[in-house]
Every structure is written in structure tokens, then in C-alpha cells.
Design a protein around this ligand. Sequence first.
Ligand code: AMP
Ligand code: MG
Length: 718
Amino acid sequence: MTRFDTYAMIDWSGGNDTGPRPRRDAIWACLATADGVQAPQYFRNRELAEVWIATLIAQELAAGRRLCIGFDFPFAYPKGFAQALTGQADPFAVWDWLETRLSDSPKENTRFDLAGEINRTLGAGKGPFWANGLRNRDIDGLPRTKQDYVNPFPERREAEAQAKGTFTCWQMAGAGAVGGQVMTGLPVLSRLRKRFADAVAVWPFEPLTRPVALMETWPSLIADVVNEELIRQQDAGLAPVRDALQVQLVAGALAALSGDDFADMVDVDAPEEGWILGIGHEAKLADAARKSLALQKAALPSPPPLTNDCFALPPGVDWTPVDAALDRLRAGLHAVTGQETLHVTGALGRVLAAPAVARRSHPPAPNSAVDGYGFAGGADTGGHVMELLAGRSAAGVPYDGTVPSKKALRILTGAELPEGVDTVVLEEDVALSGGHVAFNGPLKRGANTRKAGEDVAEGEIALTEGRVLGPQDLALLSAVGVGTVQVRRPLRVGVLSTGDELLEPGTEAGPGKIYDANRPMLLGLIERFGHVAVDLGRAADDRDTLAECLTRAVTDNRVDAILTSGGASAGEEDHVSALLTAEGAMETWRIAMKPGRPLALGLWSGKPVFGLPGNPVAAFVCALIFARPALSLLSGAGWAEPMAFDVPAAFEKRKKPGRREYIRARLQDGRAAPFASEGSGRISGLGWANGLVELPDGEAHVRPGDPVRFLPYGSFGL
Ligand code: AMP
Ligand code: MG
């Protein structure tokens, strides 16, 4: 059986930790199955990648799925090397040898030292390895260039001779070199192979009879498809990361291949040097990549539907703690909005649907941070006099000449540093006379200048997927040359009030009637949360009317989600819960919190309905605590945690254990003061307050001055 259920492709890196932001030279990985291809993920270092791979293997094994993992580096060295190094013509002996000797951490590793050591033993210090990537340290036995280089082994493996453009595994540094990847990659594979000894087969050295296979692949076999797609995405105003696209296309291609084609590809005989999966089958691989791409594009605009059990709570739970309820919402919901491409200037408040990659470095060129005089090399302590050249460098109008050593040029803030200038002295610190500038050192080389790309380098991810674009983000995107962005369509949220007693604000009120206070409030909250609010009006306490209102709301996709208020409990007039229960996709959550009564959560024709309590104070608090993060997730912006901080209490209060409490509070003079009445009928307290104090689930006795958790309205976007 050669087919697999899941295909993972990994683009390895021999370098050091690349930092928290996804970069093009980080490690990239992507998963694909017959159902589709996932978004590529990146890892800033090998340690994290190894953990991810091990977890993936364990998960797939536990789920009974067969997993194929491709790596983009050679699994073995050319013929004769294994024997010379380990005394056995066995690639796994080399894996072992390297695993024992390489020391590797996110910040540094010993790959160059190890290459030097092997060269000294096997090649009189002249080969087989060459190129030292350490600028500041010579390695004994590792030549920096190919001058005087002698290689006792074949320069290439048989597979590499057939794959045009591959680098040899002997080259340890330089653009595109794979030597470092082999040396840092094989120890990881060796560990994985031992850890999952009965489950892992390494192709083509072992038969594919185990549930997990490790295979050598090479994305350049489908370079044409990668390049076409890169250009297409760039033309669409996106800035794709090549490595990310490569893993996505290779994983997708492997998953899209027919069983027979895949069987042909793995049928090779290369017991010592290994092989590159797909050599000789490039056209089939490219076809499969295109097929997978077409499927991905077709799948793009419609996110998967929510599942009927997305609001299901574990059985047997009576009162659900707030955190458990939040965890459930977080796990059950996902983005439901489609995508579109917008110009940056029109994208305020929108959610990024894909990472925005810098198309240009910021700043694009080294420039001056001040108005002053530029020269080279910094200045020692003491007085300096330099001849002042004619001309100047200004922002947008660079000086097009070279500034000779020991001479200075007038330079203005933001102006590019001309050739020959790397240091600027502030104009306030110089005296000008007779065509010379005089000033006192010391001044460090590079003083008062900005390096090219010191803010963001070209190719770096400037903003990640899910980011809600603020004004500050529009500045960054513009600065790094991003003109259009792929964003989510706005989430449309309908608001419906229920209750026979409700009247439209401003109308004549008869006995027994009250004005609908919730609908204007909830419509306003939704706008402040950053979504589109859709007014669905009021519904009487009557099941048919309510059903009609909900159906009208979801017809033609008028809304993506609905907030109702009132009728959410289990009483005789509580039709929201009754109706949703009858429709079969409803859960009533009794949440251990004050204020708040049960929340009714359900799906109406696949659209989530959040049935909030009728009491306006409870509706407000539940909207902030539950609806806001859930709507954020639906909108594609991820779970939205409010910002909170501890402040001293300006009150005393005892509370019993068993439920969390939210108190309308005002932060004044650095202390949190509660609203005069805790009664949940008092709407005026909502406006008096400027935030909520959150008291924990357990028993508490708060005394004046004790720290309490304060959630300012501002952190909910209000
Ligand atoms: P219910 O959850 O429907 O039992 O309503 C609880 C309380 O909130 C009742 O006193 C209702 O009259 C009141 N209420 C319900 N909906 C609204 C609304 N839209 N505006 C103001 N009060 C409401
Ligand atoms: Mg009611």
C-alpha cells in the first residue's frame, strides 16, 4: 500500500532562529489531504519544527491515518562517504554519526566545525566540504572557497546529476547551499526515526510498509508552477513567500496524484545515496500541483459551515463556569466570512485574510535621521574640521556623487546617505566657517542614521493574517509598498428584540408596555465591535412570528450571525429557546455568572444565533463577555480577549463562591468605584460606569485598596 492519507511538506533551514515574525528563510511546512490543502505554517527554528513534526506523527498514528512527510534536503551523501565516515555503507549510520556529534540550538550550531572535522579526517583538510558561513571565524580544515579544494568523493549523487540546478551537499554556505540543511536535518530525522521506530519507514532505503514515511523531495521539480503562481499572486497585489508557496504546492501535488502515479514515483532502487521523489515524473507532478491549485482556488470564497454541535456543552454539567463557556465557543466557531481584495486606503477596520508581506524594505535605503552633515567612519574624541562639499542630499533629491573620505556634505532628515557617508553630525553641534565644518567627537560610526530595512525588511511578513487593520497598519502597509490587501468581507450581524411588551422608542406608550432599549444598544455595540449591524426589528412572543423573522434574516445571506434579546430562558414565554430547541440545533447554557441568565445558542439555517437575556444590563454584559469574542472569531479576526488590569478597589464586598460577577464600575482617581446599585434593572449604571470589575468565580472578600480586575469599556472597542 503506497498511498497516504496526509501529506506534509517541509522546507528546512540550516540557519539560526529567525525571530517571531514569519520570514522567507524560516522553516515552512504545509499539510494536505485529498480534501484540501491547509495554510502553510512557519517555524522560527528547528527545535519548534521538530516538536511539530513529532506531534503530527503521534496524532496521525492515533487517528489511524497514514502520513507521508517530504523534506527538501538530501537524505544521504554521494557513494563512498558513509563507508569512509562510519565503516558501513549505510545511510542510517551517517544519520547516527551526525546525531551524536552535532550540537544544535536555536541560537547556534556546530555544523561548520563538524564539516571541518570531517575534512581533516577524510580529506586532508581540503574537502569534501567547503564554504564557511561564519564571517568572523576561520574553521580549521573547511576551505572558504573552491580554490585548492579536493574532494575524495563524487561531487554529486546520481539523483542530483539528473535534477538540473540542485546544489551539492558538500557546499556548506552561500545562497541556495544545502550542506547546512543536510547536516542539521539528518539528526532530527534520526531522532524521529528512533522515537517512532515501528511506525516510520525512510524512503527509498526501507519498504513503505509502515504508516509513516519520510521522503526526500525537491520543490524545484515544479518550479514552473511555483513561478506562475508567484507572478499571479504578485499581480493580484499580494506578496507571497516563495518557500511557503512551494510547500503548499508540493504537499497539494502529492495529495492530488493518482495512486498509480505515486506508486511509479516511489518505485526506485537507490540503497545508498537515496533519491529525490518525482525525478523523471516532473510533468505528472506539475499537473498534480496545478490540479491542487485549482481545487484550492475553487474552495477559497466559501469557508466551511459551522457544525450542528458547535454549541454543545459536555453532558451533565449544571452551571457552566464562564471560562468553560468561553472555551467552548472558541473551539466550536471559526471564520465564516468570504474574501475580497481592497486598496489599502479603503481597508480600515477590515480583517487581513492572508499575511501582508513587505514588497519593499522600510526604510528602503540608508538615510539620515536628522538635519546635519554627513561623512564616513565616525569620529574619535577631540576636535574635527572637515571640508564641506558643494551640494546637499535632501529627502527625495539624493546627492548623486561620492563623498570622499574626510570630507562632509550637507544632509537633511530622511535624505538617502550618499556613497561615502555612514555617519551624520547634528547641525546644532557644528560650527561652519570658510567652507569647513568643525565639531567635537566622539561620534560613533552610523550615528544619526537609519539602516535600510531596520524597521521591516523586504519579504518579511509585515502584518499577520487575522489582523484588524487600524490606521497605524495602513501606514505600515503603505510604507512597505503594499498597495492592495486580501481581506475578509465584513461580518453582518442581525439584531432582533423579542417580547410582547416592547415598543419602538419615541412612540406613545400604553399600560404594560416598555420601550425596546436593547436593540439600539446591541446595534451600536456591533458597530463598535467593527461589524456591520443589521436591524431585524422586533418580534412578538409568538413562535411563528419569531421563526418568520429568523428565516427572513438568513434568506439571501442578509446576515452571518444573529443576536436576539429576551425569551432565552425556559419559561412559558421564552420562545427563542423553545424554537431553537425544536429546530434541533440549540443549546441552553446556564452560565455561572451575574448578571446573566441562561444564554440560548443555536444555529438557524446554519447561522449562529446568540440568544441574550432580555434584561438590558445582562444583555450588555453578555454581549461584551460572550458575543464579542465569538463574533470576532466568526469575522476572521480570531478570539478577542479584552485588555484588563488590576486596580485598587474603592469598595468593600463579600461574595459567595459559585459564580463570576461583573460590576458596573467607574475608574476614578486610580480606583474602581461601583455603581450605587447592583440591581440589574438600572440601565443608567451602564452609562455611569466606564468599565466592568470582574470578581472571580470563587468566594471573595474585597476590601478597599485590594486589587480587583478592571476591564475598561475601551478594551471592548466602546
Ligand atoms: P425575558 O428574558 O424576555 O424574560 O426578559 C427579561 C426582562 O427584560 C423583562 O423584564 C423584559 O421586559 C425585559 N426586556 C426584554 N427585552 C427588552 C428590551 N428589548 N428592552 C428593554 N427591556 C427588555
Ligand atoms: Mg420576554
